[in-house]
Design a protein around this ligand. Sequence first.
Ligand code: HEC
Length: 128
Amino acid sequence: MTESREVNLLKRISMTNMIPVWLKLMLLGAVTAAVAAGPQDTPPPSGQSLYRRRCVMCHGPEGKGFPALKSPDFTDPKWQASLKDKDLVEVIKNGKKETHMPAFADKLTDDEIKTVVAHIRSLGSKEK
Ligand code: HEC
């Protein structure tokens, strides 16, 4: 009598209490593994970080450009309106002849260029 009660109790515990602990440990393991995996598993660089790495020296942190280089002011709504996204992609890929704007076709992937274009657009919309 007592024995079957104990067995029942054990069964109950294993059904209720034990399973969540198990799951918690598994989740903890997954989180720890994800953290340990580190930078390799992080998403691709954002437009902003690509811009900071590749473009900021000639276009400025806010995209206002430098008169000495003749780089345009990305925050100017008129400049923003003057070019379509595909024009921006084109310029970034191929650069501009006779200017200091270099070509990035062999340095950035198409997706990276897209995120940089989005970043340039965001510089425009920050205009106060
Ligand atoms: C070595 C300096 C330099 C770097 C690095 C550079 N640019 Fe430029 N960029 C220029 C200059 C100078 C111009 C202006 C060209 C002109 O006279 O029309 C320009 C123009 C542009 C234009 C506008 C083109 C037009 O027709 O109005 C875009 C868009 C642009 N750059 C994007 C970028 C992006 C995105 C990056 C980084 C991935 C970048 N540039 C990196 C110098 C640079």
